[in-house]
Design a protein around this ligand. Structure first.
Ligand code: AHR
Length: 357
C-alpha cells in the first residue's frame, strides 16, 4: 500500500511539474487527470478556473438580446447548464435573455429559433437536442444576419457557415477515457486477463452526447480482446427511462459485470434497478458513469458507482466571452472544448466538497 502511494505521489509530482502544495489525495486526482488527458486530443481546452467575470461593458449601451433555446430539463447536468447560462445572461451583465425550454423536442426548438429571428435578437444560442436537421432554420438565421452559437451538443451540417462557433464537450474522448479507466481498474484488481461482459446504457439516440460517447466506448473496447459489448439500450438521459431500460434488460440477462451509463441520471435509475434485482451495484457490476454531478460523488463514496467521467456544464461565461468577440468583430475559434476531468471512487471523498453542481 505504502509502495503504491509512493509511486502515485512520484507520478503526480512528475505530472504536475513538482507542485509542492499537493497532498497524496490531490496527487491521486492529478494522476487520473494527466493520464486521461493524453488521449483527449482536444484542440482548445477551456473551462478551467473560469470565473463569472466576463461581462459586456454596458454603460450607456443597449442590452444585448440573447435567444437561448435549451434541450430541456432531463437531468441534473442539464439544470446546472441552464443555471450557468441564466446566471450569466442577466441585465447586470448587459444582457436581455429570452429562454425557451425545448422539452426534448426538436420541432419546438426550431419554432423557438424562428421566434428569436422574428424578435430580432442579437445572438441565438442553441443547445440542440439532436445532431441532424438544423440546416433550414439555421439558414434562416444566417439570412437574417443573426450569429448562432451552438452549445453543449454538436450539430451535423454540410455547411459550417450556418453557425458561428460551438462550445461543448469532446464526447468521444469521454467514451475513450471511460474505457481506459475501466481497463486500468481491472488491471489493478488483477482481472485484466479475465473476460468481461459489458452493458451500455445510452442517452438520447442521435444526440451528439450519445453518438460521441457510444463511438468512444465501442472503439475503446474493440482495442481489447476480452471485453464483450453484450448489449446497448437507450435510457434517453433520464433516471426513469434509465431504470426502466435496465429493469427490462435484467428480466432476461443478469450475467454482466460492467455497466457504462452515459449520464448520472440514468445511472441512478440503473442502480435502483440493479438493487431491486438483487445485484450489488459497484461490486457485482462495475459502473462507469458520465457527468460528475454531486450526487454521483456521493454514490461513489457509498460504493455504488466506481468512476465518473466529467462533462462540464458551466458554459455561461465562455458563451458570454464569445458573444463579446462576435460583437466586436474579433476572430474566434470555431470549436472549443470544455476542460473536463475524470473521478473515481479513490478520490470521491475529498473531491465532493469541490463540486459546484
Ligand atoms: O449533452 C450533455 C448530456 O445531456 C449530459 O451528459 C446529460 O446529463 C444531458 O442530459
Amino acid at each position: 500500500m505504502i509502495k503504491k502511494l509512493c509511486s502515485i505521489l512520484i507520478m503526480a509530482l512528475i505530472c504536475v511539474g513538482c507542485s509542492s502544495g499537493n497532498s497524496v489525495d490531490d496527487s491521486k486526482q492529478s494522476v487520473l487527470e494527466t493520464k486521461y488527458k493524453s488521449i483527449r486530443e482536444q484542440k482548445n481546452d477551456i473551462g478551467e478556473e473560469k470565473n463569472n467575470t466576463s461581462t459586456l461593458s454596458q454603460s450607456n449601451e443597449e442590452l444585448v438580446k440573447i435567444g437561448f433555446c435549451q434541450v430541456g430539463a432531463e437531468s441534473g447536468w442539464r439544470n446546472a447548464h441552464t443555471n450557468s447560462m441564466k446566471e450569466m445572461f442577466v441585465e447586470a451583465n448587459g444582457y436581455q435573455l429570452s429562454f425557451v425550454d425545448g422539452n426534448g423536442d426538436q420541432s419546438k426548438q426550431i419554432e423557438a429559433i424562428r421566434s428569436f429571428i422574428k424578435d430580432k435578437v442579437n445572438v441565438i444560442v442553441l443547445a440542440p437536442v439532436l445532431e441532424s436537421g438544423w440546416d433550414d432554420v439555421l439558414r434562416e438565421a444566417k439570412n437574417a444576419n443573426i450569429p448562432v452559437i451552438i452549445v453543449d451538443r454538436m450539430i451535423k451540417t454540410s455547411d459550417d457557415s450556418l453557425y458561428t462557433c460551438w462550445v461543448g464537450s469532446n464526447f468521444k474522448a469521454e467514451g475513450l477515457n471511460a474505457v481506459e479507466w475501466l481497463v486500468g481498474y481491472m488491471k489493478e484488481k488483477g482481472k485484466e486477463n479475465e473476460n468481461h461482459k459489458v452493458v451500455m446504457l445510452q442517452g438520447t439516440i442521435g444526440a451528439s452526447a450519445e453518438t460521441g460517447r457510444t463511438a468512444g466506448i465501442r472503439e475503446g473496447l474493440a482495442k481489447y480482446g476480452n471485453y464483450e459489448l453484450a448489449a446497448e439500450m437507450s435510457g434517453n438521459f433520464t433516471k426513469a427511462e434509465g431504470k426502466q431500460a435496465m429493469l427490462e434488460y435484467l428480466k432476461t440477462n443478469k450475467d454482466f459485470d460492467v455497466l457504462f451509463s452515459q449520464n448520472d441520471d440514468m445511472t441512478f435509475g440503473a442502480v435502483e434497478a440493479l438493487k431491486e434485482s438483487g445485484i450489488k451495484p459497484g461490486t457485482d457490476v462495475i459502473i462507469v458513469s458520465f457527468d460528475g454531478v454531486k450526487d454521483a460523488f456521493q454514490a461513489m463514496i457509498d460504493g455504488e458507482i466506481n468512476a465518473d467521467i466529467e462533462c462540464n456544464p458551466l458554459q455561461g461565461p465562455f458563451v458570454s466571452e464569445l458573444i463579446q468577440k462576435i460583437l466586436s468583430n474579433e476572430k474566434l475559434e470555431k470549436i472549443q472544448y470544455m476542460y473536463e476531468s475524470i473521478y473515481d471512487e479513490s478520490v470521491a471523498k475529498q473531491e465532493i466538497v469541490n463540486r459546484v453542481y
